[in-house]
Design a protein around this ligand. Structure first.
Ligand SMILES: Nc1nc2c(c(=O)[nH]1)N[C@H]1C(S)=C(S)[C@@H](COP(=O)(O)OP(=O)(O)OC[C@H]3O[C@@H](n4cnc5c(=O)[nH]c(N)nc54)[C@H](O)[C@@H]3O)O[C@H]1N2
Ligand SMILES: Nc1nc2c(c(=O)[nH]1)N[C@H]1C(S)=C(S)[C@@H](COP(=O)(O)OP(=O)(O)OC[C@H]3O[C@@H](n4cnc5c(=O)[nH]c(N)nc54)[C@H](O)[C@@H]3O)O[C@H]1N2
Ligand code: SF4
Ligand SMILES: [Mo]
Length: 745
């Protein structure tokens, strides 16, 4: 019998609630839940295609082991898969040491409940310094900037889009991406509502995107120069006496005078050449932000994955602060998530602050940030021989061969490993190198809670979707697989029973510390709290989330059971001012002039001032996203990939003429890392001097099992990205603004 169930879409950061019509395990229909407190019925084509993803015949549903001699796979059950891992992995660990194992966690790790809760457990168990994730090809700069400014990596000021009068968007295209580091279901509708109420939004982007077309104004910018533009705005604010953080911030701000001096050379005239933006335009934008009753600046992937990712993210907040818009309605505000977090626990107002580099990478000496090494240096660690050389990889929902820079090199490096385990749903460009692939349970059979994304949302909302169906016989929850791997690398063996023991142990540790500190569980008996968290033998991620909710800022009334009975979510209200309690810096202030940032501006950024974008001879390569695609892994769904080719090289008409490129004809794009051949799309939506290829494609390699994706292969843009070009403060790869040469084939 068909039933209706509601669940949060796990595909992107918008967290839309879906109304699914299911017959057994088949999703017959997916539409937006009109009663959802947050997404109010919004859905995009990917959410609608969730049923196709679930029923994709290429999707892996059974664990499989690869015979290295014949390079063939055989399906096994979970017990055999873990026994195989236990037979091979611990001896290698024993022989080569803990650092010989690399763990790479991909983007869906942030969307699925198992990895969200248990990746930490795995990392702690492996005890390797070689921890990598998609964060260093994505948002790490934003977290590092928040670390320096506010003392915590998840203290990201969120543009209060529903109340603001003015939004300046840099390097984001929410009409395609539906937003990131800013959870806002129906971002497009919210932008339209902003204009409808008389507000204004302006887009800074080398491309005239759909978002730019809907904006009041589009300002093209040379890739990688946003920090200059923002510092010029700061310069104008100081010069015109408009810099006024407001009394609500001034008491908790340090470094303002230093910044005034720091930005002095960055006049609108000085940045005009490198940014390609007229000085009057910069001046006018500075005045507009300053004059708006409320305003917010928002920067995303086009600002973070550049040479100055961290400094640009910092400069975004600098403008929010200087215009008095930090921590006030309609400005840039801090979320207060129901599950609590680093900036809502303890006394508040002060903390240990942020430091990077407790460890450095073996080969290149890169500093660790938030416990991670730059993803770009993984090939170095695999290739370079010596003590600590990586010989084993564990990937959890990641496809670094497509998503990380210098793909071809990483591809070869992974092929050279002694052993590899991948938790994934496809045999793709990365996982084909694995010895064992472990698939998760069906989406319908797992619970869903967005731990990270809720703390980046434009409203405080709590939302839990319970599993809609039970487990089938050869189906195994992803969280158990992660804990089972943790048990194996800890030398505890591979039996399924150990999972329960380890799970209890980790939870008990947390309960122990919760009863021992101030808060709702203070002084409680550990066993009785454990019992409360485990009704009817409950275990797994839900217990942890329950504990976090109970100890979180909204009190005891929010439990996992309570949320399970609210299929449309619980609205906890708009963002409210959180200063100074949100701060965790050592000084108890917003540290505007953190030394590494100041040094970056002086030593590196200032060198750009002499550049002239219009004089550059080489082209700059940037990426882009398409509404119907999702990073590297939704291209096996025919309803999404059919239609006009999406993986093209966008070129401005003037450049096409100059370079002799024809629309639809093949061009060769060459960078210092490699070259690709790709069909040209001539379009005036991209500024001259810049070309764009979307990432996530290139599905025609040997050994994958994605039949539809193979037919719509496209090219892998990360063949062109260099693994030695990083934002040094965050270890994040430069994926936008890559120098390339383009020629007809
Ligand atoms: N050039 C360029 N490169 C980029 C970017 C760019 O803008 N330009 N963007 C970067 C960004 S922002 C990101 S986040 C990264 C993404 O980088 P990755 O996270 O490395 O890559 P994804 O393509 O998201 O791959 C997700 C993997 O998870 C698997 N998967 C999906 N669902 C599940 C599940 O439920 N369980 C398990 N175990 N596996 C699952 C998929 O099959 C796929 O293999 O790419 C980055 N790379
Ligand atoms: N449909 C779809 N949605 C997605 C994803 C997807 O792959 N497909 N991926 C998800 C993920 S993992 C993430 S992180 C988010 C990303 O979310 P967004 O950041 O909104 O992603 P994009 O659409 O790539 O927008 C980045 C924009 O930056 C511009 N840009 C490039 N270089 C520069 C520059 O130097 N300066 C400026 N100012 N702009 C520049 C590009 O032209 C592009 O329009 O999207 C998420 N949502
Ligand atoms: S916008 Fe994102 S969360 Fe919403 S339906 Fe589409 S993919 Fe899912
Ligand atoms: Mo991302």
């Amino acid at each position: 019998m068909a039933r209706t169930v509601f669940r949060i879409c796990p595909l992107c950061e918008a967290t839309c609630n879906l109304e699914l019509r299911i017959e057994g395990r088949k999703i017959e229909l997916a539409r937006g839940d009109r009663d959802d407190v947050f997404s109010r019925g919004f859905i995009c084509p990917k959410g609608s295609a969730l049923g196709h993803l679930e029923s994709d015949p290429d999707r892996i549903v059974s664990p499989r082991i690869r015979d290295r001699k014949t390079n063939t796979w055989r399906d096994v059950d979970y017990d055999e898969a873990f026994a195989y891992i236990d037979a091979h992995l611990p001896p290698l660990l024993e022989a080569n040491g803990r650092d010989s194992v690399a763990v790479y966690m991909g983007n869906p790790s942030a969307h699925n409940i198992g990895p969200q809760v248990y990746n930490k457990v795995l990392i702690r168990a492996v005890k390797t310094r070689n921890i990598f994730s998609a964060s260093t090809v994505d948002q790490m700069p934003r977290q590092v900037a928040s670390g320096y400014l506010f003392g915590s990596g998840l203290s990201v000021p969120i543009a209060d889009i529903d109340h603001t009068d003015y939004l300046l968007i840099l390097g984001a295209n929410p009409f395609a991406s539906n937003g990131s580091l800013m959870t806002a279901p129906d971002f497009p509708g919210r932008l339209r509502a902003l204009r409808a109420r008389g507000g204004k939004f302006v887009v800074i982007d080398p491309r005239r995107t759909k978002t730019a077309e809907e904006a009041n104004e589009w300002i093209p910018i040379a890739p990688g120069t946003d920090a200059l533009f923002l510092l010029a705005i700061a310069n104008v604010l100081f010069a015109y006496g408009l810099a006024d953080p407001g009394v609500h911030v001034m008491g908790f701000l340090s470094g303002l005078d230093e910044i005034r001096e720091l930005v002095a050379p960055f006049t609108p005239e000085a940045v005009s050449g490198p940014c390609g933006i007229e000085a009057e335009v910069t001046r006018r934008i500075a005045q507009e932000i300053s004059a708006a009753p409320s305003a917010a600046v928002y920067g995303r992937i086009g600002t973070t994955t550049t040479e100055f990712g961290t400094t640009t993210s910092w400069a975004v907040d600098l403008i929010n602060i200087l215009t008095g818009n930090l921590d006030r309605r309609g400005g840039a505000m801090f979320n207060l998530p129901a599950v609590g977090g680093g900036n809502s626990s303890g006394a508040g107002g002060k903390g240990r602050g942020f430091k990077s580099g407790r460890r450095t990478s073996r080969v290149k000496g890169h500093k660790e940030v938030f416990g991670e090494m730059p993803a770009a240096t993984l090939p170095d660690e695999i290739e370079a021989q010596g003590e600590g050389q990586v010989r084993v990889a564990i990937t959890v929902s990641g496809n670094p061969v497509v998503s990380n820079p210098n793909s071809q090199r990483l591809d070869k490096a992974l092929a050279s490993l002694d052993f590899m385990v991948s938790l994934d749903i496809y045999c793709n460009e990365t996982t084909r190198h694995a010895d064992v692939i472990i698939p998760p349970e069906s989406l319908l059979a797992r619970g869903h809670y967005d731990l990270a994304l809720r703390s980046l949302a434009i409203r405080n909302v709590a939302h839990y979707s319970p599993p809609a169906v039970g487990l089938e016989p050869n189906e195994y929850p992803e969280w158990r697989s992660i804990v089972r791997l943790a048990a194996i690398v800890s030398g505890l063996g591979h039996s399924d029973d150990v999972v329960d023991q380890l799970d209890d142990m980790v939870l008990r540790d947390l309960v122990n510390s919760a009863v021992g500190r101030e808060g709702r569980l203070a002084g409680r008996d550990v066993d009785s709290v454990m019992a409360e968290l485990s009704p009817n033998g409950r275990r797994g991620p839900e217990r942890f989330i329950d504990l976090m909710l109970r100890t979180g800022p909204y009190g005891d009334q929010l439990t996992i059971d309570k949320l399970a009975s609210e299929p449309h979510g619980v609205d906890l209200g708009p963002l409210e001012p959180r200063l100074p309690g949100v701060l965790r810096t050592a000084s108890g202030t917003i540290e505007l002039a953190a030394e590494p940032i100041v040094a970056d501006v002086k030593d590196r950024l200032s060198k750009l001032l002499d550049a002239d974008a219009s004089a550059a001879t080489e082209m700059k390569l940037i990426g882009r996203r398409d509404l119907r695609s999702n990073n590297s892994w939704m291209h096996n769904i025919r309803v999404l990939v059919k239609g006009k080719p999406r993986c093209t090289l966008q070129v401005n008409p003037a450049d096409a003429t100059r370079l002799g490129l024809g629309d639809g004809k093949i061009a060769k794009v060459q960078s210092a890392a490699g070259s690709v051949e790709i069909a040209v799309e001539i379009t005036d939506t991209i500024m001259s001097g810049v070309v764009s290829i979307p990432h996530g494609w290139g599905h025609d390699v040997e050994g994958t099992e994605m039949s539809v994706a193979r037919d719509f292969a496209g090219v892998n843009s990360n063949i062109l990205a260099r693994s030695d070009l990083l934002d040094p403060l965050s270890g994040t790869s430069v994926l936008n603004g890559i120098p390339v040469e383009v020629a007809p084939v």
